[in-house]
Design a protein around this ligand. Structure first.
Ligand code: F6P
Length: 546
C-alpha cells in the first residue's frame, strides 16, 4: 500500500502554505473586502445549479493558488480519474468506489474488473420503479388483500440516514397518502413508536442492509416479522407480501425468509454512506415516485460531471475541500457547521455526519503511517433560523473558529406571506455578521456604557461559505449531496487517507456481541473485562433482577 506521494507536510505547497499562513493569519475580512471591491465575484463559482460564494473565507489570491498547487501535488487529478475508472481505491477493502455509476446514464460504460456495471444499475432501477408504481397505485396488495398504506424502512447508518434525509428533503414531492417511518436504533422504542399506530395488514417493511448481518437491523427485522405475524394470524406466507429487502447479500436475505424475487440488489463497490441513490433509496422512490427519483439521480450526475471535468479553480467540491483543509490545518478549526436555511433539509446535517466523519475520521495514511496533521473535522449543524437562537452565540463570540456552510434557496416550495424573505435575510445577515462583526468603536458610538462594550463586540473574521440554489428540487438535492460526497473525497485525497473504509466501527461491535450473553445469561457469568466494565455489567444484572 505504498503511494508515490510525498508525505503531506513535506509537499512544497504545504510548506509554502505554512509560511503564507503566518503572513495572512491576522488579516481581517473587513480589510480584504475593503481592498477589493469585487472580492465577492472573484471568490464565487456556479455550476450545476449551485452558486457558491466563498469570499468570506480568510484567503487571498495567493492562498487560493497555493491550495490549488497543493491539490496538484496531492495527485488529485489522478485520484479522481482512478475513482471514475473503477480502480480499487478503497485499498483496505480492495474495492472500487463507484457511487458515480449509480447515477450514470444508461448509455455510459463504467468497468469494474472488465465488466460494464451500468446495465445492472439500470436493471435494478427499473425493478425498483415497477415495484414503486405497484405500491403507489395500490396494485400491490398485502396478505389480506388490503392496499399498502405504511412503509417502514429498517436499516442503520448508510441504510437509514440517506433514506430519512431524502424522505424529509423531498416531502413536498411525496405521495401524501402513504405513511413513511424509519427504524434504525436497536433501542426497542424506535420500533415500538414507529409502528404503534400502524395496522400490519397495511404495512410494508423494507429491510435495508448492505451486509444483512448488522445487529441493529437484524434485531429490528426480526421484531418486525414477529409484529406482522402476530397481527396477521401467524401465517408465514404473509412475509412475502409485507417484506422486501435491499442488500448485496442474497444468501442472508433468503435465510431470513424474504423471497429474493423481492430483493433489490446493489454491489460491494457502493459504500454504505454513499448508497442512498442505489436500491437503498427504495423508500425515497416509493415516496416521490420513479420520475422524481430519476431527477434526483440526474442532479447527482450533473455534479459528478462538473467534478470530473471542471478545472480545479472553478470546481465546487475541490474548492470547498481545499477551504476545509485550509481552515482545519492552518487555522486550527476543529469542527465545521452545516446550516441549511430550508426546513426540509433538517436531517441533512445528520446525514453529513456519517458521510464526512465515517469517511475522513482516520489517523493513518494509505501507507499505514500515523498522520502528523489533522484529518476530518467534526461536522454538525441544525437548520436556520433555529440554530441562531441556540448555538450561534458560540460561533459569533466564542473562542473557537467554526467555519460555516450556509445553504439557502431563492424560492420557497410553498410560499407563505413574508416568511421566505425573512428567512433569506437571516442567512445573509449571519454570514455578514460572522465576517465583519462589530468593532468596539461601533459599539461605543451607539452609546453603550463602557463596561458593556467588550461584551457587545463582535470580532468578526469568522469564515463561511454560502451555497445558494433556486429551489429545493429532486435534481438540486442530488447535486447538493454529490457536492459533499466529492468534497469529502478531495479532503481524503489531500490527507492521503482511505475515505472509503470504516474499521473504526468494528471494535465496539465485537465487544457488544461478547457482552450480550453476559447480560442475558441466567447464571452469573465469569467476567473477564476491566474492573469498570465488570462493575457495570454486574450492576446492570442486579438492577434487572438477575
Ligand atoms: O456503522 C458501520 C456501517 O458499516 C456503515 O458503514 C453502514 O452504513 C452501516 O454500518 C450499516 O450497514 P449495513 O447496511 O450492512 O447494515
Amino acid at each position: 500500500m505504498k503511494s508515490n506521494l510525498k508525505p503531506l507536510t513535506q509537499r512544497a505547497a504545504w510548506k509554502a502554505l505554512t509560511a503564507h499562513h503566518k503572513q495572512v493569519q491576522k488579516l481581517h475580512l473587513r480589510q480584504l473586502f475593503a481592498d477589493d471591491a469585487k472580492r465577492g465575484q472573484k471568490f464565487s463559482v456556479e455550476a450545476a445549479g449551485l452558486f457558491l460564494d466563498y469570499s468570506k473565507n480568510r484567503i487571498t489570491d495567493k492562498t487560493s493558488s497555493l491550495l490549488l498547487q497543493l491539490a496538484d501535488e496531492s495527485g488529485l487529478r489522478a485520484k479522481i480519474d482512478a475513482m471514475f475508472a473503477g480502480e480499487k481505491i478503497n485499498i483496505t477493502e480492495n474495492r472500487a468506489v463507484l457511487h458515480v455509476a449509480l447515477r450514470a446514464p444508461k448509455n455510459a460504460t463504467i468497468l469494474v474488473d472488465g465488466k460494464n456495471v451500468v446495465p445492472e444499475v439500470h436493471a435494478v432501477l427499473d425493478k425498483m420503479a415497477a415495484f414503486s408504481d405497484r405500491v403507489r397505485s395500490g396494485a400491490w396488495k398485502g396478505f389480506t388483500g388490503k392496499r399498502i398504506k405504511n412503509i417502514v424502512n429498517i436499516g442503520i447508518g448508510g441504510s437509514d440516514l440517506g433514506p430519512v434525509m431524502a424522505y424529509e428533503a423531498l416531502k413536498h414531492y411525496s405521495q401524501r397518502d402513504l405513511v413513511f417511518r424509519f427504524v434504525s436504533n436497536v433501542d426497542g422504542i424506535d420500533f415500538v413508536e414507529a409502528t404503534h399506530d400502524l395496522k400490519p395488514a397495511e404495512t410494508l417493511f423494507i429491510i435495508s442492509s448492505k451486509t444483512f448481518t448488522t445487529l441493529e437491523t437484524m434485531t429490528n427485522a426480526q421484531s418486525a416479522r414477529d409484529w406482522l405475524l402476530a397481527g396477521l394470524g401467524g401465517n408465514v406466507k404473509a412475509v412475502a407480501k409485507h417484506f422486501v429487502a435491499v442488500s448485496t447479500n442474497g444468501e442472508k436475505v433468503s435465510a431470513f425468509g424474504i423471497d429474493t424475487a423481492n430483493m433489490f440488489g446493489f454491489w460491494d463497490w457502493v459504500g454504505g454512506r454513499y448508497s442512498m441513490d442505489s436500491a437503498i433509496g427504495l423508500s425515497t422512490m416509493l415516496a416521490v415516485g420513479p420520475e422524481n427519483f430519476r431527477k434526483l439521480l440526474a442532479g447527482f450526475h450533473a455534479l459528478d460531471e462538473h467534478f470530473r471535468t471542471a478545472p480545479f479553480a472553478k470546481n465546487l467540491p475541490v474548492l470547498l475541500a481545499l477551504l476545509t483543509v485550509w481552515n482545519t490545518e492552518f487555522f486550527g478549526a476543529e469542527t465545521a457547521a452545516v446550516l441549511p436555511y430550508e426546513n426540509y433539509l433538517k436531517r441533512f446535517p445528520a446525514y453529513l455526519q456519517q458521510l464526512t466523519m465515517e469517511s475522513n475520521g482516520k489517523h493513518v495514511t494509505l501507507d499505514g503511517k500515523h498522520v502528523d496533521y489533522q484529518t476530518g473535522p467534526i461536522y454538525w449543524g441544525e437548520p436556520g433560523t433555529n440554530g441562531q437562537h441556540s448555538f450561534y452565540q458560540l460561533i459569533h463570540q466564542g473562542t473557537r473558529l467554526i467555519p460555516c456552510d450556509f445553504i439557502a434557496f431563492a424560492k420557497a416550495l410553498t410560499p407563505l406571506g413574508r416568511h421566505h424573505d425573512i428567512l433569506l435575510a437571516n442567512v445573509f445577515a449571519q454570514a455578514e455578521a460572522l465576517a465583519f462583526g462589530k468593532t468596539a468603536a461601533e459599539v461605543k458610538a451607539e452609546g453603550v456604557p463602557a463596561a458593556l462594550v467588550p461584551h457587545k463586540v463582535f470580532e468578526g473574521n469568522r469564515p463561511s461559505n454560502v451555497i445558494l440554489a433556486e429551489k429545493l428540487t429532486p435534481e438540486i438535492l442530488g447535486t447538493l449531496i454529490a457536492l459533499y460526497e466529492h468534497n469529502v473525497f478531495v479532503q481524503g485525497a489531500i490527507w492521503n487517507i482511505d475515505s472509503f473504509d470504516q474499521w473504526g466501527v468494528e471494535l465496539g461491535k465485537v465487544l457488544a456481541q461478547r457482552i450480550v450473553p453476559e447480560l442475558e445469561s441466567k447464571e452469573a457469568p465469569k467476567l473477564k473485562h476491566d474492573n469498570s466494565t465488570n462493575q457495570l455489567i454486574k450492576r446492570y444484572r442486579k438492577m434487572k433482577g438477575l
